[in-house]
Design a protein around this ligand. Structure first.
Ligand code: ZN
Ligand code: ZN
Length: 298
């Protein structure tokens, strides 16, 4: 750094070019790698309140899927809180109790198949429910809860429950079906929101989408799990290889925060202060695959 003078008695601080190069590195976010046994997403089949919804899911262990139609929003918040404080394995009962019957209809499925499977949930026609009333609404169209069916599986996984809040269209509100929120719960009662990572969806390695989840109460540990759906990913890139967008050479292995674009290699990330895709300032970042494995990670 050079302290100089410009004109008469006008002090100025000049920076030499070396200092321009030596940018402070972006702080590395500490992550913990875990396996998430639950994956749930919408299929591309038509979905509506009147005609039901096809869900696509994969559970690594026998699980129970509960679908609650037309859940009152404040009851869902109470149920999410209850899930954080409920003893395992009775988390589903606690969730349902906290909902306090503030929903229109519920349905439960035993998921024994550990491969991808599709489940159809709908409100029976005799209930005569085709929408959830005029806007604005105070209820979520569909809330699903996935929990482990076997008690002994609880010791195997850090994640023991998953809640997904979905929008499902009806005649009064035709916005297409989509996942609104997805939360994971640990056995210790921590709740993490899953958020998508924005990455090229056509990798040769894993087309699985990745999600990054951040805990509202625990900033130091932000989980993410590859293998969850990625409907709106890949919009920023249609490259055939998942190579770094800067050097076009190394594999993408850095997630930039807060924008969650996953588009550069570790080396290039060292020299960036702004995301090369959206130009957002990079506040912190983390490595996608610390050991070059494709397992879920925090
Ligand atoms: Zn690079
Ligand atoms: Zn970005």
């Amino acid at each position: 750094m050079v302290l100089g003078w410009v004109g008469f008695d006008v002090q100025a601080i000049l920076r030499n070019s070396d200092e321009e190069q030596s940018l402070l590195p972006t702080p590395e976010k500490q992550m913990v790698q875990v396996t998430n046994p639950f994956t749930l997403e919408l299929t591309s089949k038509p979905a509506s309140v009147a005609d039901g919804v096809w869900l696509r899911l994969r559970c690594l262990e026998s699980s129970v899927l509960s679908c609650f139609w037309g859940c009152e929003a404040s009851s869902v918040q109470a149920a999410l809180k209850a899930l954080q404080h409920s003893p395992q394995p009775s988390s589903l009962q606690c969730f349902q109790q906290a909902l306090d019957s503030q929903y229109y209809y519920s349905q439960t499925f035993q998921i024994c198949d550990t491969s991808w499977t599709e489940v159809f949930t709908h409100i029976p026609a005799e209930q005569d429910i085709t929408d959830f009333g005029p806007l604005p609404r105070r209820c979520y169209p569909l809330v699903t809860v996935l929990t482990l069916a076997q008690e002994d599986a609880l010791d195997t996984y850090t994640i023991v429950a998953s809640v997904t809040v979905l929008h499902v269209p009806d005649d009064r509100y035709p916005l297409s079906a989509r996942v609104l929120f997805q939360y994971l719960f640990t056995q210790q009662g921590s709740m993490y929101e899953l958020k998508p990572l924005f990455m090229s969806a056509d990798s040769e390695e894993d087309k699985a989408e990745s999600r990054n989840s951040s805990s509202p109460d625990e900033n130091s540990s932000t989980p993410h799990s590859p293998e969850l759906d990625s409907e709106d990913e890949g919009q920023w890139s249609d490259r055939s290889e998942r190579d770094c967008v800067v050097c076009q050479n190394d594999k993408v292995n850095k997630v930039l925060l807060p924008c969650r674009h996953t588009c550069v290699c570790e080396n290039c990330a060292l020299h960036l202060q702004h995301c090369p895709v959206c130009r957002a300032f990079i506040i912190e970042s983390f490595i996608l695959r610390p050991n070059n494995t494709a397992t879920s990670s925090f």
